[in-house]
Design a protein around this ligand. Structure first.
Ligand code: PLP
Length: 396
């Protein structure tokens, strides 16, 4: 929480997201340097946080971008990413999304099924061009992460099963308007055990050589995202970018001419984002005491969705610790940010920061209960702009 403008926070309508741009840029730079060392290229997974300011930083770092919807693709173009650095993924792409990707000649559409491949071929014929694709393979590798963000097992809906490869090879021969440039894998998110990436690499080697021996000319390999962050330590823990890439460097064996890509999301943006909220009530319950915040699951859904841990700081109190359940105002018992959490004794209007909320935070907010979407403030400018303070000024 180094250099946070706490005085300014008290003048802004809560809840809001506060982005520490120094931290964001530090993480981007370290990731970028680690990737450059191995000649790997990073495509930022825009789904983690699509804010224009964030996209601009990613673009300035020279990253490409990984999109999963028409609007993400348009926003990436709007932010100035070259189509040659844009990827489109997703298990259920609409015809319009596919048309948009083909007509902009993006780097690759990541294809998740044989059925989708046929549709892409038809749409490419309609547009009288050839669609450049990579095949997303489901390697059946366990990511040992939360089941809701595990994507590389046979039971998951993602990617083309290894059991379908022979059918795929037969199908491809009949598709005139498809150019297959390579393979794509993404087995899950918030992966903390780096040995998972060794297992993935070894599986990728097998699949890769199978395709090569089947006569495919592949020059593109995308290993997805997934690198986890330490939610228990938002201030002093850099995601282990260097170790992460070094695992692939050690175990991948796909030929030097193959260009290797990653789609990192969470690890680049998680720690720099914070949800700033206000205590509305300190409620004494029969069995526990509750801190009732003005932020709820509509502003940050991860704890309700995945029971995920976020560090929470009381920014206004230095009193001795007390145990609270920290909850939002929504009529759902899952609207709970933390249970049995020890925090300095709180009182009404204290400011509270929910940390490491930069990834899958603001972008997953909803308007349930007709609650407004939380605004974003950035450490390097917006917070100090007078017009913004006027717009947002409201101290409950
Ligand atoms: N690539 C794909 C296909 C994804 O589905 C995701 C997120 O789930 C990512 C990349 C980004 O993953 P992460 O944010 O864990 O790095």
């Amino acid at each position: 929480m180094k250099n946070w403008p706490l005085e300014a926070f008290t003048k802004v309508k809560t809840p809001f997201y506060f982005y520490d741009m120094d931290m964001l840029n530090e993480h981007i730079t370290i990731a970028s340097n680690a990737a450059i060392k191995y000649n790997y290229s990073i495509h930022y997974a825009i789904k983690a946080n699509h804010h224009f300011r964030v996209l601009k930083e990613m673009k300035n770092a020279g990253f490409g971008v990984d999109c999963v919807s028409e609007n993400e693709l348009l926003e990436a173009l709007n932010a100035g990413f070259s189509p040659s650095k844009i990827l489109l993924a997703g298990v259920g792409k609409t015809d319009n999304e596919i048309r948009l990707a083909i007509s902009h000649s993006i780097k690759a559409i990541h294809v998740e099924s044989l059925e989708e491949l046929e549709v892409i071929n038809e749409l490419a014929i309609e547009l009288a061009t050839c669609a450049q694709v990579a095949l997303r393979i489901n390697p059946n590798v366990n990511a040992y992460t939360h089941p809701s963000i595990t994507t590389g097992l046979n039971e998951n809906k993602f990617g083309i099963s290894l059991n379908k490869i022979n059918d795929l090879i037969a199908l491809v021969k009949n598709l005139s308007h498809i150019k297959i440039i390579g393979l794509h894998f993404h087995i899950g998110s918030q992966i903390e055990d780096l040995s998972v990436f060794k297992t993935l690499s070894l599986k990728v080697n097998e699949v890769w050589s199978f395709f090569i021996s089947a006569g495919f000319k592949l020059a593109y390999l995308n290993l997805g995202g997934g690198l986890g962050v330490d939610y228990y330590s938002p201030d002093n823990s850099l995601p282990p970018f260097e170790k992460y890439f070094s695992v692939f460097n050690e175990f991948l064996n796909v030929g030097h001419e193959t260009k290797i890509h990653f789609e990192l999301g969470r690890s680049l943006v998680a720690h720099s984002g914070n949800l700033i909220s206000k205590v509305l009530y300190v409620k004494k319950g029969d069995e526990k005491d509750f801190l009732i915040l003005d932020a709820g699951m509509t502003d940050l859904m991860r704890p309700a969705l995945y029971q995920s841990y976020h560090q929470i700081n009381n920014l206004s109190s230095k009193e001795e610790d007390h145990i609270y359940d920290i909850v939002g105002p929504i009529c759902e018992s899952s609207d709970t940010f933390a249970t049995k959490r020890s925090l300095p004794k709180a009182s009404r209007y204290n400011l509270v920061a929910i940390r490491s909320a930069g990834a899958y935070g603001q972008v997953m907010s909803s308007n349930y209960n007709l609650r407004p979407s939380p605004k974003a403030l950035f450490s390097d400018d917006l917070l100090f702009s007078e017009s913004l303070q006027t717009e947002l000024k409201l101290v409950i």
